[in-house]
Design a protein around this ligand. Structure first.
Ligand code: AMP
Length: 545
């Protein structure tokens, strides 16, 4: 017997409908690319999204067509998403921090028909346009007054483009399993892989993320999504904020410490999310200026491991609760969030930091297992490492145009991450499986060492890679960027680690560098560091020979 409930397809445009009806006046404020702050609200945003949908329809963009966006978080980008979604076309967010060749590759692979972009990226696209034959038209997110002279094919200012559409248009109806969005993973090896979200998976993921122990927003929140819309759907915030009626503050192109602080303070932001590198800049700014964060209640940190010192600074110095989250593009992206279960509610000081440093537990909608190489589950003892595998309604089952099977027999996806699970169900990432350091058959977590090293007050950023060793196969090399104006010795840094780690985890050498390279999503680019230090000879290697 089947249930007798209505068939109400889970379509993303219903989110902006709901926001316009219930929270129409809630503000959406943007630091515009042109400079000044721009204010709109959910009712206006929906009205303009309808005009985008109508104009795309007139331009013969149809169900299943891909529309690329190469853009910062702004109101125009957001309303375009809903306009694209509302006719069953697919928003394809392109990460501008990728190498130009990768940008060309993924646009061609996705066969995007239209490119919507910011003024910032017009010069880049002009250089690449010859290699982008599928793009029929470039729409620049600006008005006629700011539109530059450009050689881009059929280029038009966005405001000019929608001027002819009056918004007297209805969203199209289609199946909830229709593709909604695409995002390519920034693989460090091989070609990027296209993740394809559906309307259903996006709507369900939004509800998953809104569980109170996940990112639980309310209509009383003001949310600053610093994590870009091109980085795994800005962790769902572009959907979850309108679904709850939380006000939005969109940062545009400026993500430096003073600019982020200005937004947090001026607009009384209560909840924000970004990768650790962004928070590093903000915390340095706060330290330098003595500024405080009186309005901010919660900060979601993910994308790479959040250093303990960062959690401590937010929580103890600024009174802001940290939610350490883990996920990936293939998971829409949320996988775990570190909110405290009642058994842990009384933890304080170091014990609390120990738990907060873990990546947290799965919300409803994600199932996780941790296995050894043979696929057997490892004990949930908080010590035994294994491969992290997941399944759920917002987890990929394949990549665009690739036939490879990516699920195991039970339907689990191997994330490529290695971690432990404790008895409370809190997962902690040890490493990416390819970054873990294999020393004499045992594993050393590069993340653990990095997190400890950035706890030293003179250290701004730290990375650890494995370097070849004649006796142990690999040994850890600690690479350090010092804070401005600081100097330190190898002995001093290693002395700080002493007693905090098992002696055989101690890095064999320390290298000081001016900067550490990052990937397009703000992670330490270990492949580049391994290349840079491939001829590095560890002092212990000489001794062993
Ligand atoms: P992306 O698809 O670009 O979001 O990258 C996903 C990968 O980032 C994951 O598979 C992890 O390796 C890493 N990652 C994400 N969040 C965390 C976290 N909180 N701690 C450690 N690594 C993380």
């Amino acid at each position: 017997m089947l249930g007798l409930m209505q068939d109400w397809p889970l379509l993303c445009q219903r989110i902006i409908d709901h926001a316009a009806i219930n929270h129409g006046e809630r503000p959406v404020i943007t630091r515009s690319i042109e400079g000044p702050f721009h204010r709109t609200n959910y009712a206006e945003l929906r009205a303009r999204a309808l005009r985008v949908a109508q104009q795309l329809d007139r331009d013969s963009i149809k169900l299943g067509d891909r529309v690329a966006t190469l853009a910062w978080n702004t109101w125009r980008h957001l309303e375009s998403w809903y306009g694209i979604l509302g006719i069953g076309a697919i928003y394809h967010t392109v990460n501008p921090r990728l190498f130009p060749e990768q940008i060309v590759w993924i646009i061609n692979h996705a066969e995007d028909r239209v490119m919507m972009t910011d003024l910032t990226f017009v010069p880049l696209l002009e250089k690449l346009a010859d290699k982008l034959p599928t793009i029929e038209r470039y729409i620049v997110f600006t008005d006629a007054a700011h539109m530059p002279k450009t050689s881009l094919r059929n280029a038009i200012a966005y405001e000019e483009w929608i001027v002819g559409a009056d918004g007297d248009f209805a969203w199209k109806e289609f199946d909830e399993n229709t593709a909604a969005g695409m995002c390519y993973t920034s693989g460090t090896t091989g070609n990027p892989k296209g993740v394809v979200y559906s309307h259903r998976s996006n709507v369900l993921h939004t509800m998953l993320s809104l569980q109170p122990d996940a990112i639980g927003l309310s209509s009383r929140d003001t949310v600053l999504p610093i994590v870009p819309m091109f980085h795994a759907n800005s962790w769902g915030l572009a959907f979850s904020s309108p679904m709850t009626g939380a006000a939005l503050v969109l940062p545009g192109a400026k993500l430096d410490g003073p600019s982020v602080y200005e937004l947090l303070d001026e607009f009384k932001v209560t909840c924000t999310g970004a990768v650790p590198t962004v928070w590093l800049l903000l915390l340095q700014y706060l330290e330098k200026t003595g500024a405080k964060l009186p309005y901010l209640e919660r900060v979601v940190i993910g994308g790479s491991a959040c250093p303990r010192a960062m959690i401590k600074a937010f929580e103890e110095d600024y009174g802001v609760q940290v939610f350490h989250a883990w996920g990936m593009t293939e998971m829409s992206p949320l996988g775990t969030v570190g909110s405290m279960k009642p058994q842990l509610a009384d933890l304080k000081g170091d014990a609390l930091l120990d738990m907060k440093q873990k990546q947290g537990y799965t919300p409803f909608g994600v199932e996780m297992k941790i296995t050894d190489d043979a696929g057997r589950g490892v004990p949930w003892d908080g010590k035994t490492f294994g491969r992290i595998k997941v399944r759920g309604f917002a987890v990929s089952k394949g990549y665009y145009k690739l036939d490879d099977r990516i699920l195991d027999a039970d339907g689990f996806f191997d994330t490529g991450d290695v971690g432990t699970m404790d008895r409370y169900g809190y997962m902690q990432i040890t490493d990416r499986s390819k970054d873990v350091i294999k020393s004499g058959g045992e594993w050393i977590s590069s993340i653990d060492l990095e997190n400890l090293a950035v706890g030293y007050p003179k250290v701004a950023e730290a990375a650890v890679i494995g370097v070849a060793h004649p006796k142990w196969d690999e040994r850890p090399l600690l690479i350090i960027v010092l804070k401005e104006g600081q100097s330190a010795t190898k002995e001093e840094i290693l002395g700080f680690l002493e007693g905090k780690i098992a002696s055989w985890w101690m890095p064999d050498d320390v290298a000081f560098v001016a900067s550490i390279p990052h990937t397009a999503t703000g992670k330490i680019l270990k492949t580049a560091l391994r290349e840079q230090f491939k001829d590095h000879v560890l002092p212990t290697a000489i001794a062993a020979e």
